[in-house]
Design a protein around this ligand. Structure first.
Ligand code: ADP
Length: 491
């Protein structure tokens, strides 16, 4: 099959979260299955043109009455054999820092135009290359215009008559809501304003349009696929998702085990595997030293790596007077290390806490190397997410013998098995309610097991390290979804 991935981010070029990892890893795995996979994304300022090859000739993209001239650059995706990545180069729209926005301005005002250019470029690029995909696979709201244009403007043209669309929800919490004054940019007739799904309480909603207009829908874990059909998790899209439940599949993301493998990880001081798990301790001591904590093998060390966003349960951890991190560090004999960046109140609060507590250390910012050390050096990993479409860190933790403490939601529920004291079974610790007390009590339960059930802790670690989270399994499931999408349009 010929598959075109449409995305705002892909590693190693641009990343804000798990979406970037998923798009690249899935592309590589689909190529291994014999498919012709290509990727289209914007060229942001940080992606240097020097390492890319310019495709001859400018490309004209019509965003409604707006005529936009872009250049197209290309290179091969790292890790794949021959997966061309096409970068849409439009200085005015993408030649700036930030993918969707910046720290100060999280949502650029011209995002409808920026991602309209991406959506329209999909079809112009294919024409330029003379290459027409069987599947257009769009990822998240920023790519949602592509399936909409396919359905309403392009499929009746011969070259796209056999092309089906798949839309993957990586995070329903980000939908791309803007004024309807932007609608003319999409080059869609006003008659299609409702039918396309763009209309949303008299505004436009990219995500909704993708959900309504794509042939098949997927999201990144089976439990999240169920949860988003309920109002609690549906971000107002639950009705649409219920109406399309027959076309919606939950496929768990995999882990890039070339990068996240404790026996080969060059970013950690000492490599280890399930059979040499005692060496993990050296990484704990290195982490304690690096973060300025007491170097002590016996005190349980908790790690956190997260975007500091409400989704991740950071209020329940760090909100002044409300969060439980302070109580955890003062009432339990533990150490806590947190790596993250995001909402400023939370960054400030973490800094206040580390100035008060000898056993809490925070690193504010994005630091890939430290994230590896935290995964390898921690005994427990805290992930109290309000919702979690898939989540990567709990899987990294399992593979690194670090026991996850998670809320039972989305991909966390699909990947972690709860500890059973009677049998010693399980791979982590699970709680249901997102409250500071639940986090506190579950952390306390883990500390209890640490001090009183060391054999269980070791067995759980080894069990976790033997879990398989390969992309090969997921890619086969996507292959089935592509076949179903083609069947839906009669092929
Ligand atoms: P989300 O995409 O919702 O942020 P995921 O768990 O799916 O959550 O993926 C987050 C990815 O970003 C993981 O690979 C995680 O390790 C990484 N990450 C998040 N914050 C940081 C940080 N401050 N420093 C280094 N890596 C981070």
């Amino acid at each position: 099959m010929k598959i075109l991935m449409v995305t705002a981010e892909a590693v190693p070029f641009a990343k804000t979260g798990g979406l970037a990892d998923a798009v690249s890893a899935l592309s590589i795995e689909l190529e291994k299955l014999g498919h012709d996979v290509r990727v289209i994304m914007p060229r942001y300022y940080r992606i240097s043109r020097d390492k890319l090859r310019l495709i001859d000739g400018p490309m004209c993209v019509h965003c409604g009455n707006d005529e936009v001239w872009t250049a197209v650059y290309t290179t091969n995706l790292t890790g794949g054999k021959n997966i061309p990545v096409y970068f849409i180069d439009h200085e005015q729209s993408f030649g700036r820092d930030g993918i969707y926005g910046t720290h100060q301005d999280p949502d650029f005002g011209d995002n409808p135009r920026r991602f309209s250019i991406l959506g329209h470029s999909v079809f112009q690029l294919c024409r330029k290359l003379g290459w027409y995909p069987d599947i257009i696979h769009a990822h998240d709201w920023s790519a949602a215009l592509a399936p909409v244009l396919l359905k309403f403007n392009e499929r009746w043209k011969a070259e796209f008559s056999k092309t089906a669309s798949v839309f993957t929800i990586h995070n329903l919490g980000y939908q791309g809501n803007y004024s309807k004054q932007n609608y003319p940019l999409f080059g869609l007739d006003w008659n299609n304003y409702y039918a396309s799904g763009f209309e949303d309480y008299d505004n436009i909603n990219f995500m909704k349009a993708g959900l309504v207009s794509s042939d098949m829908l997927t999201t990144v874990s089976p439990t999240y696929a169920q949860e988003i059909q309920r109002s609690e998790y549906g971000f107002r899209m639950d009705g649409i998702l219920r109406s399309r439940c027959g076309d919606l599949e939950g496929i768990l993301n995999g882990v890039d085990t070339v990068v996240w493998n404790p026996s080969k990880d060059k970013k950690i001081p000492v490599q280890y595997s399930a059979s040499t798990i005692e060496k993990k301790l050296q990484n704990k001591l290195a982490l304690q030293e690096r973060m300025g904590l007491e170097v002590n093998p016996s005190v349980p060390l908790f790690g956190i790596i997260t975007r500091l966003a409400d989704q991740k349960g950071v209020a329940e951890l760090f909100a002044p007077t409300y969060g439980c991190a302070y109580r955890m560090c003062t009432q339990m004999n533990i150490q806590l290390v947190a790596l993250g960046s995001g909402e400023s109140w939370c960054e400030n609060e973490m800094n206040v806490l580390q100035s008060k507590l000898p056993n809490f250390r925070a690193f504010i910012g994005y630091n890939d190397e430290l994230s590896h050390l935290i995964e390898a050096g921690s005994d427990f990993f805290l992930m109290p997410s309000r919702y979690e479409p898939c989540g990567l860190n709990q899987m990294y933790s399992l593979l690194y013998g670090t026991l996850p403490i998670v809320r039972r939601t989305g991909g966390l529920a699909d990947t972690v098995q709860n500890y059973e004291e009677a049998t010693g079974k399980g791979t982590g610790f699970i709680f249901d309610d997102l409250t500071p007390n639940s986090i506190f009590d579950t952390a306390g339960w883990a500390v209890y097991a640490w001090y009183n059930k060391p054999a269980h802790i070791k067995a759980m670690r080894v069990r976790g390290m033997k879990q398989k989270f390969g992309w090969d399994i997921s890619a086969q499931k996507y292959e089935d979804v592509y076949k179903r999408a083609l069947q839906k349009i009669g092929f």
